[in-house]
Design a protein around this ligand. Structure first.
Ligand code: KIV
Length: 288
């Protein structure tokens, strides 16, 4: 990139992600759930912002992503929409919002696009989502797949377990990625799989792979932003790199505020309003 090249500042779209894969440019992605953080991440040049259903665990205190509703995603999506200019804005379809029928899935995906301003949706599952992805793409909705350790399937998987560690499981995940590409997905999240497998999938498919706990060989990386910022009460998975301890910084600031309130040093005179001219208390207190 030379000094006058501003391509890194222009709008990110699904075709642009594809072009980035072709040019072997790394794709950066993070979750976003609210206006201020989404604005910071967008202005920092993150390519993809995902209003993920991890919202349920990170911000709403749910024990898993299973209880998250479409309405909850919509509220957070609308806040993020108001902040984002450049990044591709992807919305997660929460558990139960695409499992009943393609009619239900289409209706819910339309809501995310029309009411929430999403530019793409993400669904979990591979080969079994072939028809669904096809229908969504047919309705002009770009779809990001999500395979490997899919958190909406924890009851079936028996917990948050790394997938693709046996030859059969690895083969199934590769087939899932190929089927998603075939169905028209524009990218696929690879979560919780061995790095060698992720690297091989990345080599064998032409759509970008976005890894989380899938090693360095993917076309891009995604993390839950709260994890890298250290603002989470959840156990930190092995693959998370925490860049700052915001929880500690916030606790320190709040403790200082509390002390200042208690000892009367807050608010100071400069932090208080003064009357106009030389208005005295006498001038506005009633005579008794
Ligand atoms: O919900 C989420 O945050 C996700 C990403 C971590 C891929 O699905």
């Amino acid at each position: 990139m030379n000094a006058t090249d501003t391509s890194h500042l222009s709008k990110v779209t699904p075709p642009r992600l594809l072009a980035m894969k072709t040019r072997q440019e790394k794709i950066t992605a993070l979750t976003a759930y609210d206006y201020p953080l989404a604005r910071i991440l967008d202005e920092a040049g993150i390519d993809v912002l995902l209003v993920g259903d991890s919202l349920g665990m990170s911000r709403l205190g749910y024990p898993s992503t299973i209880p998250v509703t479409l309405e909850e995603i919509l509220i957070h999506l609308q806040a993020v929409r108001r902040a984002v200019r450049r990044a591709l804005l992807v919305a997660d379809m929460p558990y139960g919002s695409y499992h009943v029928s393609s009619k239900q899935a289409l209706k819910n995906a339309f809501r995310l696009v029309k009411e929430g301003g999403a530019e793409a949706v993400k669904v979990e599952g591979g080969s079994k989502r072939f028809k669904l992805v096809n229908r969504l793409v047919d309705a002009e909705i770009p779809v990001m797949g999500h395979i490997g350790l899919t958190p909406q399937s924890i009851h079936v998987l028996g917990g948050y377990k790394v997938q693709g560690r046996t030859p059969d499981s690895a083969r199934n995940i590769l087939e899932d990625a190929q089927q998603l590409q075939e169905a028209g997905a524009f990218a696929v999240v690879l979560e919780g799989i061995p790095r060698g497998l992720a690297m091989e999938i990345t080599r064998l498919i032409s759509i970008p792979t976005i890894g989380i706990g899938a090693g360095v060989g993917c076309d891009g990386q995604i993390l839950v932003a709260d994890d890298l910022l250290g603002i989470s009460f959840l156990p930190k998975p092995k693959f998370v790199r925490q860049y700052v301890d915001l929880k500690e910084i916030i606790s320190g600031a709040v403790a200082r505020y509390r002390e200042d309130c208690l000892d009367g040093s807050f608010p100071s005179e400069a932090e208080s309003y003064q009357p106009e001219g030389n208005l005295t208390v006498k001038a506005f207190t009633r005579k008794v």
